[in-house]
Design a protein around this ligand. Structure first.
Ligand SMILES: NC(=O)c1ccc[n+]([C@@H]2O[C@H](COP(=O)([O-])OP(=O)(O)OC[C@H]3O[C@@H](n4cnc5c(N)ncnc54)[C@H](OP(=O)(O)O)[C@@H]3O)[C@@H](O)[C@H]2O)c1
Length: 252
């Protein structure tokens, strides 16, 4: 199945962003992905999409570098033109960082990095790219199951994702008159490089988290990618300002 839709997925050189890019492409969406430093891994995502018959291209973006947003937007417009397009249909704000630690260990740098990337970068990227989104367009912000349940040493990260959900709900109201939806996907613990790869590589942590999950295990990146692509599909076109948790029933 092909569509004429185009998605931009941030932080898709690995992890959940790569899985989301692949899942969107599998549903016929052309995908532009961003990477910060690792161009080779971004090209790997592009190669995987193309090998599966889809269309993909990669752009560099550091979402903590707001000064680069105007030139990023120009580059994005040029890439869209190569596809004879001038608009974006789906923006997946996936790029994010997890800086974890108990209250007494959190530094101002930890706090600022988390907020700069997860909140400030996400908000101002939406501001920069909203003019490119058309009626029927969709913004999906990647949040976390941690906005619903608690886990020690995650306060700043959880607060950053709560902010992402809150700004998404308000932007759903602001952008609704233009026919643009804004939703959040909230993954539970998922086996990626995130948090030093702990949810993938630390057997004890995996066992512990599995025991706190209704479905008895941590998630796989493809399960989050599929959720993002499903939320982006027309079948859910009447859903906006929603938080969709995909956690296998974590910490119920
Ligand atoms: N895995 C989980 O258990 C889990 C659970 C809930 C929510 N999430 C959220 O899901 C999203 C993706 O996480 P993941 O598991 O795929 O983690 P990951 O493997 O660590 O990937 C994070 C991605 O974000 C990018 N990124 C970080 N800072 C950036 C910046 N300043 N500018 C541009 N890109 C930046 C990374 O780029 P580089 O490769 O250059 O670092 C990478 O592509 C994040 O928002 C995370 O908070 C993850």
């Amino acid at each position: 199945m092909t569509t004429d839709k185009i998605a931009l997925v941030t932080g898709a050189n690995r992890g959940l962003g790569r899985a989301a890019a692949r899942a969107l492409a599998a549903r016929g969406v052309r995908v532009l992905i961003t990477h910060r430093d690792d161009a080779a891994e971004a090209e790997k995502t592009v190669g995987e999409v193309r090998a599966a018959g889809g269309s993909a291209d990669a752009l560099r973006l550091d979402i903590s570098d707001l000064a680069s947003f105007p030139s990023f937007t120009s580059t994005l417009r040029e890439r869209l033109e190569r596809w004879s397009a001038s608009r974006l249909d789906i923006l997946v704000n996936n790029a994010g960082v997890g800086v974890f630690g108990p209250l007494e260990n959190v530094t101002t740098d930890d706090f600022d990095t988390t907020m700069d990337v997860n909140v400030r970068g996400t908000f101002f990227l939406i501001q920069s790219l909203a003019p490119l989104l058309t009626g029927g367009g969709h913004i999906i912000n990647v949040s976390s199951s941690l906005t619903r349940h608690t886990s020690p040493a995650t306060s700043v990260y959880s607060a950053s994702k709560a902010a992402v959900e809150a700004l998404g709900r308000t932007l759903a109201v602001e952008l609704g008159p233009r026919g643009i939806r804004v939703n959040s996907v909230a993954p539970g613990p998922t086996a990626t490089d995130f948090n030093g790869g702990a949810m993938r590589d630390d057997a004890e942590m995996r066992r512990g988290l599995a025991g706190q999950t209704a479905l008895g295990r941590v998630g796989e990146p493809e399960e989050i990618g599929d959720a993002i692509a499903t939320l982006a599909s027309d079948g859910l076109r009447w859903a906006t300002a929603q938080r969709v948790e995909v956690s296998g029933g974590a910490f119920l």
